[in-house]
Design a binder for this molecule. Structure first.
Ligand SMILES: NC(=O)c1ccc[n+]([C@@H]2O[C@H](COP(=O)([O-])OP(=O)(O)OC[C@H]3O[C@@H](n4cnc5c(N)ncnc54)[C@H](OP(=O)(O)O)[C@@H]3O)[C@@H](O)[C@H]2O)c1
Length: 277
């Protein structure tokens, strides 16, 4: 079983550098892939209220028999639950569905700037953190301006910003801002949802050179950059493939080639205009 390195967040909490995402895995099908991931050695599970599968994630964790404190659980407050009071209620509901007393990381899923509630929402996360019900709190899809605002108006610096990031969307400006503030960069759609990126000839050439798959090479690029990654798959062989990235090393030139890929750009929404409730 693969041993996954951890990174230390700005509050001293350790977070596995590679985890398992469950977006678009239906509620009644989520237990099996999460069990496969835990069996393969994953110790970070990334869910969200939006995904509608928190209950199944909680069940898979219990059924695995792995001690609770060995699994890092992330969930997120959905856009329609933003605002101080609603976020506190949404958090209670997530804990109930997950069957947990504490989550390891609670995130604001999107800033939804047109609604302008993310600072109030952040205050609710600060309260949850102060009460010891989330070991760390962070944000997702925040731009530099959104980060500056919560840091300026809040009392806790987010531990994590979970953003779309992959070769073709390297997010250099945000990564530099994260480094300035001590915020960990967590990459969603780390293999670009396998849409185009994995077929690029530059990726294929590096994969051939290491006798690895295109997905493994892309995930390795993230690891060497210091990103946390949460690839999703419902197929046991891919679940095992995606974690098997800790016994080879890309060269400086290979890293540069992947960092400079001219596309694909975003496979998901733009945070500046994503205001869906
Ligand atoms: N915060 C946010 O706003 C946000 C947004 C999107 C995602 N996320 C999180 O990030 C996680 C990952 O992102 P994602 O699911 O969008 O994209 P992803 O992990 O980049 O890609 C998942 C897609 O790639 C396929 N795949 C997985 N491993 C593969 C491999 N080794 N070779 C070829 N294809 C492979 C999967 O198909 P199969 O399942 O059929 O294998 C699935 O279609 C999500 O599950 C979620 O937890 C967060």
């Amino acid at each position: 079983m693969t041993d996954i390195p951890t990174i230390t967040l700005n509050n001293g909490v350790d977070m596995p550098q590679l985890g398992f995402g469950v977006f678009l895995v239906p509620a009644d099908e989520v237990v099996e892939p999460v069990r496969s991931a835990l069996d393969a050695g994953y110790r970070l599970i990334d869910t969200a209220t939006l995904y509608g599968n928190e209950e199944g994630v909680g069940r898979a964790i219990v059924e695995s028999g792995i001690p609770r404190d060995e699994i890092f659980v992330t969930t997120k407050v959905w856009n329609s639950d933003q605002g101080y009071d609603r976020t506190l209620q949404a958090f209670d509901h997530s804990l109930k569905l997950l069957g947990l007393d504490v989550v390891d990381l609670y995130l604001i899923h999107w800033p939804t700037p047109a609604r302008d509630l993310y600072v109030d929402t952040w205050r609710a996360l600060e309260r949850i953190y102060a009460d010891g019900r989330a070991r760390a709190i962070g944000v997702s899809n925040f731009t530099v301006a959104h980060l500056d605002r919560v840091i300026g108006e809040g009392t806790v610096v987010p531990a994590v910003n979970q953003i779309e990031l992959h070769p073709g969307l390297p997010q250099d400006e945000l990564r530099a801002a994260h480094a300035r503030h001590g915020i960990a960069t967590e990459a969603w759609s780390p293999i670009g949802r396998a849409q185009g990126l994995l077929d690029r000839r530059e990726v294929a050439a590096i994969a051939d050179a290491h006798d690895r798959s295109a997905a493994q090479v892309v995930l390795r690029w993230h690891i060497q950059l210091g990103n946390v990654v949460i690839p999703k798959s419902v197929r046991p062989e891919r679940i095992r493939e995606n974690i098997d990235v800790f016994d080879f090393e890309l060269t400086t030139d290979e890293m540069a080639v992947l960092s400079a890929l001219d596309g694909p750009g975003r496979v998901g929404p733009d945070p500046e205009t994503m205001n869906r409730a």
